[in-house]
Design a protein. Structure first.
Length: 609
């Protein structure tokens, strides 16, 4: 990220270099008191006019042909020209080698020459990411050249650089002990940094295998792409992954940048649920997403300078866009965006700190020097917290919805149960009413002949078990045909209903049953009733009917009834005995009619006196 911002600044300030004429000879004295020297302010530079073929031709040029550089890192932006840099070195104490390191891995071609004061070649090495990594004498991610310097013997250092990307030359001289210590601590820091990224990647991968959340998958892709981008930018990918493929290494930088920004857009849309919460902004993000897909494919074929410019713009603009969307959604009250917003706040803060350091607003401290690495590492960690917090909130929301659904379901089940119970009760009532209707006579409201036969069998069986009496009355209305003939069938129906109601009033016990036996004839079943009790009931019915005035449309009439009864204490459950009981009552009824009607007669079963 640090080199990427340098790349951006160089694009914004293409070709702007502070320089001034050389005043006399320039000699850099090296000693053990200053083991690290940045060559920025000691360089003279020359833009190759195209006619120079080798270092000897450059060395032969007059001093006036070179321009003294300022104290900033040489930065000529995006240019295809070849630039020569030179300075004169003198070892004033000690007798050791010094190491020249170029702290910018994406330079295509770097040629380093060391000439003695007579113009004889001492060192000639060639590097850059356009040349196979195995050609480097010092196997370092950054092109490094060992410079053997003799005591008190001045030498000329020449550096030629040509690249399709940003031409910037952060060249640094290290004493041998300092170079070893610096390399060791630098690799420790890089190991820690990449270890954090790999840990986040593996942790999120395991979490994704458990929860299968799309945001975790996009975060995994984002870390992987960002990790590859950093490895390529720092030169570690060229050193360890594809050292024999410099062309592929050159393509991987803009490609990895674009893929990282693409996966970041996917992560943002999924995590912040922009499709639901901010559909208009989501349409814009979707458009940017497809533009990055097209750019990623184009990075494989388009010229490198265009690919790196477009990808650099995307990687700087995308975090700003994501940050703005996260702020928008956070202010809208979406709690899941808080850690997401904090992650990009930390990243942007790191970018700002490094930019301020680059423009010398802030001093070059450990914090400002590694502000981008620290910010990006913290961003990755906070994004993991954001995903975990999102899962927690989603779990709480799902639990709330589940509880509400369970309560609603229980309420609905209760309501349905109550409705079902009510329906069952209503059905039971209806069934009972239907059952009663099926056993009642439709005209008189007393039980019908079918129920009479059923209840008579039941009471006969009970009397047999209990050894108790069972009495039966047969009631017939006298001269009922005359009523129909003289007053009509409707009057006859009214008489039947009145008689049935009167007879029913004498069946005072729950077990007493009144049935319409047929036509104008009724049967009264009197369980556990002796002959005397049956005679009393029969006589009461006869007298009440004889005294009753029945109102009809043509005037009130009076009627009489003939009643026959039979009573027995069953000694056998045989069906013929029950038939004999009913036959005896019916026989007594006919005797009453033959004797003049309006009277009660008792019948006797065969074999009884």
């Amino acid at each position: 990220m640090r080199l990427l911002l340098i790349l951006l600044f160089s694009w914004l300030s293409c070709g702007v270099v502070q320089a001034g004429p050389i005043e006399g000879d320039w000699l850099l004295r090296l000693d053990e008191k200053n083991p690290r020297v940045e060559l920025n302010a000691y360089f003279e530079y020359l833009a190759d006019p195209g006619s120079l073929t080798d270092v000897y031709g450059v060395h032969a040029l007059p001093a006036e042909a070179f321009t003294r550089h300022s104290s900033d890192v040489p930065n000529f932006g995006f240019t295809e020209r070849r630039y020569w840099f030179r300075t004169q070195l003198l070892q004033v104490s000690g007798d050791e080698s010094w190491f020249l390191q170029f702290d910018y891995s994406p330079l295509d071609n770097i040629d380093v020459y060391l000439l003695d004061q007579h113009g004889e070649m001492l060192v000639a090495e060639h590097g850059g990411d356009r040349r196979p990594f195995d050609q480097r004498l010092i196997k370092s991610r950054q092109f490094t050249v060992e410079l053997p310097l003799s005591l008190d013997e001045p030498v000329w250092l020449y550096v030629a650089v040509q690249t399709e990307g940003s031409l910037q030359v952060p060249a640094i001289l290290f004493s041998a002990p300092h170079y070893v210590a610096k390399s060791r601590s630098e690799y420790y820091m890089l190991g820690l940094y990449y270890g954090v990224l790999l840990s986040m990647l593996l942790y999120t991968l395991l979490t994704y295998l458990s929860v299968r959340d799309a945001s975790h998958l996009y975060y995994i892709a984002y870390i992987a792409a960002y990790l590859l981008f950093q490895l390529t930018l720092n030169g570690l990918a060229f050193e360890y992954l594809w050292p024999q493929f410099p062309d592929w290494n050159n393509r991987m930088l803009p490609l990895s940048i674009t893929v990282a920004t693409l996966t970041l857009i996917l992560l943002t849309r999924s995590f912040l649920q922009t499709r639901t919460l901010v559909p208009r902004i989501d349409k814009l993000l979707l458009l940017v997403q497809w533009l990055y897909v097209a750019l990623a494919l184009a990075c494989l074929v388009m010229p490198y300078d265009w690919a790196i410019r477009l990808s650099t713009a995307s990687v700087v603009l995308t975090p700003l866009v994501v940050f703005a969307v996260a702020v928008w959604i956070f202010l809208a009250g979406y709690r899941q965006s808080r850690f997401f917003l904090l992650a990009f706040t930390v990243l942007l803060l790191g970018m700002v700190l490094y930019a301020l350091k680059t423009f010398h607003v802030l001093p070059g401290t450990y914090l400002t020097e590694y502000a981008l690495q620290i910010g990006s590492a913290l961003q990755m960690i906070l994004l993991v917290f954001a995903l975990a917090d999102r899962l927690r909130l989603l779990k709480q929301e799902n639990l709330r919805i589940e509880q509400e659904a369970r309560s609603l379901l229980e309420q609905r089940v209760l309501e349905r149960t109550e409705a079902l119970n009510s329906a069952l009760q209503e059905l039971a009532v209806k069934n009972r009413q239907l059952s009663e209707l099926s056993t009642l006579d439709g005209l008189t409201g007393v039980y019908n002949r079918a129920y009479q036969e059923e209840i008579l069998v039941t009471e006969w069986a009970r009397a047999c078990r209990q050894k108790g009496p069972l009495s039966v009355l047969m009631v017939d209305i006298d001269h009922f045909k005359r009523i129909n003939d003289n007053h009509g069938h409707q009057a006859g129906d009214a008489v039947l209903r009145t008689v049935a109601a009167l007879i029913k009033s004498f069946a005072k016990r729950k077990a007493d049953v009144v049935c319409r036996y047929g036509g104008e004839e009724f049967m009264v079943i009197l369980p556990d009733t002796t002959v005397e009790g049956a005679l009393a009931v029969a006589e009461g019915i006869r007298q009440a009917l004889a005294e009753l005035d029945i109102a009809l449309p043509g005037g009130a009439i009076r009627i009489t009834a003939s009643i026959g009864l039979a009573s027995v204490i069953p000694d056998s459950a045989a069906r013929d005995k029950l038939v004999a009981l009913v036959g005896a009552a019916d026989e007594a009824l006919y005797q009453a009619k033959e004797a003049g009607r309006n009277q009660v007669r008792q019948g006797y079963l065969p074999g009884t006196a």
